[in-house]
Design a protein around this ligand. Structure first.
Ligand code: M6R
Length: 608
């Protein structure tokens, strides 16, 4: 959620940290700051607003240092003010700290520290950690950090410096992401690989409560029990270009247009078109357990939850395997019927979503087998799950998820195909599905060619206050996803509904100012959806229909028609969601919204 970057090495740390923070702005962005070590001690600069403003401030002052830690904040405790911005500094001015996460028992800790005479400057939960470390400090920062954190309940990724140990950054994490990285005689800490990719591709993933100590001599890591541990160095496989806009106006647009490739990447080496089957290396050894489980669950949040809904429908329709989909945030607290005979799939783009991590823990506590469907390699969810499948969408920077969603659905389709064949799906049906999946990238290309037409339609509807999205079967989750995309980036209220449910309530809302997006492919519910569209038209609603290429009939009743190629219900959600992504994108652009960094949202929600 918040972003952390730290540097120690031979070069000037300031531009490294600033560039890193800029790359992290998509994670959290209401204020930012940097703590720099110099011969006189700590030097602190903070601003409310963008990293660009901090950069300007630092340029005026010509700061230079070989050690610094920086932060971009997404406010949780206290509004985005100067005092609440990180880094937070101890009362004696010697310790500076940046934090991502939430300290749940901060109130109790704050009261205790205040009783001891400690004076707080901010309203944040974070500042109690600084106070505690200050209290526990007796000449060794990592020891003080370990002792201080033994009093803390909550989630954290932390980078801490002390003026008496000016060549050291101490880092630790619990339930929030943090990586360490090494270059040539320079070392980094960051909450996301994107921050340091320009300098290093060799990273260490800290496990919960492990401590990393960065100095100009290298990185040392220690276990929870304070024993030295040798950590594996992982090679990052994606490139800098993948986290840059590459000529597109926004990351979101670039990511929408990359879907022919990302969908292909999700299938590569996994789809077996000649056999009408699929092979998913990461969970091949779990297929028997999935088939024979007593219960199967998908758990996730937001867009990933919508992918789970599609997964559920496909599992049940094609593999005839019952399954449930749960919001991760609800799963944890509703005493789920999960035991050792249950399989729980956690779906997540970032692999760092706190609610999903908590749901995984709940499932594990109940002895279930938990599998991951994740995008970010090496993320917490990828490491907390027994086995899993990466969706290989590459870094997704736009806050509104697009390519990760279609890659998740692609992986769920492959898994369904595999299970369905084992459950008796005929070879000819398998071949037909595999062929349709193989043609997805070219069909997505075809859909993307309609971007200009969608941009024109968006202009006509950009001033609407409400939208209703209607779909049936696998297209109901697509309607939900279309509505979520619009809400997130254009701030227009939008709801997704099963089309036939409209007459049971939402029809009351329809008048000439209410645009309806009706997903109306030529499948078994086509005639019913046409009737729903007629019901809308009879009440003067305006209809944007998503229809199968060649459908002329729908032109007579809808105000606008967007076409997608003919599709099986297996591949329909992927094709149908793309025009809806584009529609929300162009509406948001038309309204002058910050598409990649919508207000109040962060890319990965690492607090519960
Ligand atoms: O990283 P995750 O997939 O676990 O994130 C889950 C949701 O926070 C995420 O999908 C969110 O709803 C996005 N902003 C959707 O565009």
């Amino acid at each position: 959620m918040c972003g952390i970057v730290g540097y120690v090495g031979q070069n000037n740390a300031v531009p490294v940290v600033i560039q890193g923070l800029q790359r992290l702005e998509y994670r959290g962005y209401d204020s930012c700051g940097i703590a720099m070590m110099n011969s006189e001690g700590l030097n602190l600069e903070k601003v409310t607003g963008k990293v660009m403003e901090l950069q300007g401030l630092l340029a005026q002052k010509k700061n230079s240092t070989s050690l610094a830690i920086g932060h971009t904040r997404w406010a949780t405790h206290g509004p985005p003010t100067f005092d609440n911005a990180h880094p937070h500094v101890s009362q004696d001015g010697k310790i500076a700290l940046v934090h991502n996460g939430i300290i749940e028992n901060y109130k109790v800790l704050r009261d205790e520290l205040e009783n001891d005479g400690y004076q707080f400057r901010s309203e944040t939960d974070t500042e109690v950690i600084v106070g505690l470390i200050s209290k526990c400090y007796h000449g060794n920062l990592e020891h003080a950090v370990r002792e201080a954190l033994s009093y803390v309940v909550g989630a954290y990724g932390l980078a801490i410096v002390h003026a008496d140990e000016p060549e050291k950054i101490v880092c630790t994490r619990k339930g929030a992401p943090l990586i360490l990285a090494m270059g040539e005689n320079e070392y980094f800490v960051a909450s996301d690989v994107a921050a340091i990719l320009h300098y290093s591709k060799d990273v260490i993933y800290l496990d919960n409560e492990e401590i990393g100590v960065l100095t100009p001599e290298g990185i040392e890591t220690y276990s929870v029990a304070d024993e030295p541990v040798v950590k594996k160095i992982h090679k990052i496989t994606f490139n800098l270009e993948e986290i840059e806009k590459g000529g597109y106006e926004h990351f979101m647009l670039k990511e929408i247009f990359s879907q022919p490739q990302t969908i292909y990447d999700a299938m590569r080496g996994r789809l077996l078109p000649e056999e009408g089957n699929a092979h998913l290396g990461g969970i091949e050894h779990m297929i028997g357990s999935i088939l024979h489980a007593d219960q199967r669950y998908f758990t996730a949040c937001g867009t990933s939850w919508h992918a789970g809904l599609i997964g559920e429908m496909m599992f049940e329709q094609f593999a005839r395997l019952p399954c449930e989909v749960e919001y991760a945030s609800e799963f944890r607290y509703r005493e789920p019927l999960v035991d050792a005979k249950s399989i729980v799939f956690a779906i997540s783009q970032s692999g760092e979503t706190a609610d999903t991590l908590a749901a995984i823990q709940e499932a594990k506590n109940r002895d279930a087998t938990v599998l991951g469907i994740c995008n970010v390699v090496g993320s917490s969810i990828a490491r907390e799950t027994e086995a899993g499948v990466y969706v290989h969408a590459g870094p997704e920077i736009g806050v509104a998820s697009t390519k990760a969603f279609t890659s998740q659905v692609t992986v769920l389709s492959l898994l369904t195909l595999k299970l369905a064949r084992l459950m008796g799906m005929s070879e000819s049906d398998g071949l037909e599905i595999a062929d349709a999946m193989q043609r997805l990238p070219e069909n997505v290309e075809w859909v993307l060619k309609q971007a200009d037409q969608i941009a024109e339609i968006a202009k006509l509807y950009a001033d609407a206050s409400n939208f209703l999205y209607l779909g049936r079967g696998v297209n109901f989750p697509v309607a939900l996803e279309g509505a979520l995309k619009l809400k997130e980036i254009s701030y227009i209220h939008a709801e997704g509904y099963p089309a036939a449910e409209m007459k049971h309530g939402p029809i009351a809302l329809i008048d000439k100012s209410m645009p309806i997006v009706a997903i109306a492919p030529q499948d078994k519910t086509y005639d019913k959806i046409l009737s729903n569209i007629e019901e809308v038209k009879a009440r003067h609603g305006r209809v944007i229909a998503l229809a199968t290429r060649g459908d002329e009939r729908i032109k007579d009743i809808a105000d606008h028609v967007l076409y997608v190629p003919p599709a099986l219900s297996f591949t329909a959600p992927i094709l149908n969601v793309i025009p809806l992504q584009l529609l929300s994108y162009y509406v948001a652009v038309e309204r002058g919204c910050n598409v990649d960094q919508p207000r109040n949202l962060a890319k990965s929600v690492t607090v519960e």
